[in-house]
Design a protein. Sequence first.
Length: 284
Amino acid sequence: MEKNVLQTDLSGKVAVVTGAGGVLCSYLSKVLARAGAKVALVNRSDASIIRYAEEINAEGGVAKAYKGNVLIREDMERIADQVLQDLGPCDILLNGAGGNNPTAQTDKEYYENGDLDRDDIKTFFDLDDDGVNMVFDLNYNGTLIPTQAFAKHMVRNGGGNIINISSMNAFLPLTKIPAYSGAKAAVSNFTQWLAVHFSKCNIRVNAIAPGFFVSKQNQKLLFNDDGTPTQRSQKILAGTPMGRFGNTEDLAGGLLFLLDDKAAGFITGVVLPIDGGFSAYSGV
């Protein structure tokens, strides 16, 4: 079994990961298991998380898959009760469920005179209500509802750690995706709110803010059909001082550091950018 990148020891801890069927959170589930945690993988569909749980168990870790929708309170409460029976009370909650919707983004970066009369492009005025609501619901309520379900374990058990997944576009909004940028800004704000709210309960609440990582969701945004980078991809890399996209492994150190009660025991309410310097770069 691979060793974790830091010496963070999570032995005896129970970690719950929502959105565990995705590329980033499936990897982070394995990071937590390699650090010694028993991991509950939660996802709306269970095919992928069953496979990921089997991979963790095959490596010598402990993991179980739980099917449930982060937007359905009854699902989260049911899973919280089941995790308590199967693995024990939740010590670590990684709120990884989230995403964007193409109907909630514009086709162009800038509005130009005459665009309102064009039928071939989607402008700001054409953003779909359902798409915008879906993005805010999934990212914000999809963080709030699981926290309500699993933080009950923490307050009853004397403490814990909550890690939310924000985004570097919560610092400065990206063009084309107003709903996603706004929703992630809300997640960052909620992280700070929770950190204060639970500060007397020995629960630390922080977030990581990934920069540009290649995933199924943004593959077509970043690469043409022939595999060459899109114009947007070229702009991203030009605005990233380290000059590359992130790898899933780049997230492990930040996550384990924030979960280490010895190394980060006085850190709460922080949103940590893991973005190759994108959010720090002015462009000149």
